[in-house]
Ligand binder design. Structure first.
Ligand code: SAM
Length: 304
């Protein structure tokens, strides 16, 4: 094992001593992000808080127990998962009112992001108590940052519904969303989801597969949506591990869709002048009269 460089050790010592000067208020819930693969992604603030708090509310005490032993910490743990969030929230509020500090963690990454935690945070805020985020890893944001896709507008979808009809409904609502789409996926569903995405969205949109971020077999692959399924099927390892899929934003024309207007004008032109038909069509469709007048003129000329 190689020894850490002296400059790294000096930085760590300096940062640790800076941390000692910082305040970590009592009666607060600390929402602590933990690594999504590489344990070295744990922040110094997370280490400090996890060692300082009176107890840690965990999605799964076994998983957090393993993390704690790797970090050399032995803070008491209790469970706060999807099925007992309401009771856990009450328990946490009682403890916070006594002046304790409690940390909230999920199995990996940022709590409450496709993970339990939202109800607890909401209840603690409603009770008038403080909630303090301890920022760190989040798979979707890490993948987005390395995707090269537009980041000024993005839409976090998380996991797609497993039922085919619900999934198709959700995707049809997203076809014209002008934002990078972020999906989470598990290995056993990756091929099915890739197919569903390709069926629902324009196949020429770019897609980024971010697999096993921060782990030994990390891979970031970019292709067109129409090529995604084949790339995944090409090699068994392409389907292994944890996935974030990002789909490039939809390109939607600003030009109004005149097909419905043309249908309306066809009927109106039967008994009205071009000008009257355009005025009536504007009232029916909400489109501009000038554009409809031009369209009506063209339609009449084509008919002659
Ligand atoms: N709270 C987590 C976060 O902040 O990203 C997400 C938890 S969610 C239950 C787990 C999903 O996140 C996985 O199925 C995968 O889609 C994604 N994920 C987690 N770790 C990942 C990693 N190292 N690489 C790629 N995706 C990951």
């Amino acid at each position: 094992m190689s020894t850490p460089s002296s400059s790294l050790l000096t930085s760590l010592v300096q940062l640790t001593s800076d941390l000692e000067q910082q305040r970590f208020p009592e009666s607060a819930l600390y929402v602590v992000a933990t690594p999504i693969g590489n344990i070295a992604d744990v922040s110094l603030r997370a280490l400090k808080v996890l060692s300082l708090v009176d107890a840690i509310a965990c999605e799964d005490t076994r998983n957090t127990g393993l993390l704690m032993s790797r970090l050399g910490l032995s803070t008491p743990l209790f469970s706060a998962h999807q099925h007992n969030e309401r009771e856990s929230a009450e328990k946490i509020i009682v403890r916070l009112r006594k002046g304790e500090r409690i940390a909230l963690v999920s199995d990996a990454g940022t709590p409450a992001i496709s993970d339990p935690g939202t109800r607890i945070v909401d209840a603690v805020i409603d009770a008038g108590l403080s909630v303090i985020p301890i920022a760190g890893a989040c798979a979707g944001i890490a993948a987005l940052s390395a995707s090269g896709l537009m980041t000024d507008e993005f839409y976090f979808v998380g996991f797609l519904p497993s039922k085919t009809s619900q999934r198709a409904q959700l995707l049809s609502r997203l076809t014209s969303t002008r934002a990078t789409l972020i999906f989470y996926e598990a290995p056993h569903r990756i091929l099915e989801s890739a197919q569903a995405l390709a069926n629902a969205l324009d196949g020429t949109r770019r897609v980024v597969v971010a697999r096993e971020i921060s782990k030994l077999f990390e891979q970031i692959h970019r292709c067109q949506l129409s090529e995604l399924h084949d790339w995944l099927a090409q090699a068994p390892e392409h389907q292994k591990g944890e996935f974030v899929l990002l789909v490039e934003a939809a390109v939607v024309s600003d030009e109004p869709d005149l097909s419905e207007a043309a249908r309306v004008l066809t009927i109106l032109l039967e008994g009205n002048s071009v000008s009257q038909a355009a005025a009536l069509a504007a009232r029916i469709t909400g489109l501009k009269k000038n554009a409809l007048y031009d369209l009506a003129l063209k339609m009449q000329t084509n008919d002659e």
